[in-house]
Write a protein that binds this ligand. Sequence first.
Ligand code: COA
Length: 248
Amino acid sequence: MTDHIEIDRDGQVLIATLARTEKKNALTTAMYQALVEAFAQAGRDETIGAVLLRGKDGIFTAGNDIGDFLAAAGSMETSGGTLFIRALAAFEKPLIAAVDGPAIGIGTTLCFHCDLVYAAPGARFQMPFVNLGLVPEAGASLLAPQRFGYAKAAEFIMLAESFDAAAARDLGLVNAIVEPADLYAHALAKAQALAAKPRDALLATRRLLRGDPAILKARMDEELRLFGEAVRSPQARTAFMAFMQKKA
Ligand code: COA
């Protein structure tokens, strides 16, 4: 278990808080495992109607822990990040994110899987996979062009440019920009509103909105195959070591 994920409950909403702020909420294997368990618990518990993901102290997440990328030795298929991504894509209840500060790598790509995303003005999104010698994950290579159009997807995934909350709202990744002091309460109120809807109708509607899950799964499988090769490449390892040694 880890203290870096805090699980709370408010009414019908399960709240998962990323709480490793000293490392900008970079996600470790233990944190992914705790999130997977939280999704499983929320899925099983009929009294839970929605899950809210949030960061802490003005930080959403700096993405996968780069030290963990360096240490990657076993199969990607069973890595914490992969299990989390699969749990995220398979989760059937509404997912809401409250984003402030950096939302890097999986911090951005997980937002594609959320039904509602609220961001503070200081939120900063980035998908720097290519810069690190990697490829996108969590279906972002499919979902980003669908959501943004190809031109913007290329800008954000190939050039790896970061974008702010206003751009994310204009592009349809973020529902609304909310002042930091109100962000959590606003996102929680929306989560409560979804959780209070007729459950079967809401879940069936969500499935319809998302389309064929097999298409997303096939793309995630292909991303994972390429990611597994890339993460061990000399280019990627050089980029990881540069970050860890602060030469990046
Ligand atoms: N993995 C591991 N450690 C990370 C991390 C990550 N993804 N992101 C931040 N950290 C650590 C830093 O190494 C540093 O540790 P230290 O205090 O022991 O030196 C601490 O978190 C604070 O980070 P720092 O870079 O000093 O903060 P900053 O405010 O200058 O910059 C970010 C914040 C998020 C912009 C920057 O940390 C960053 O770019 N992180 C990497 C993002 C990334 O490429 N993620 C992978 C996506 S696939």
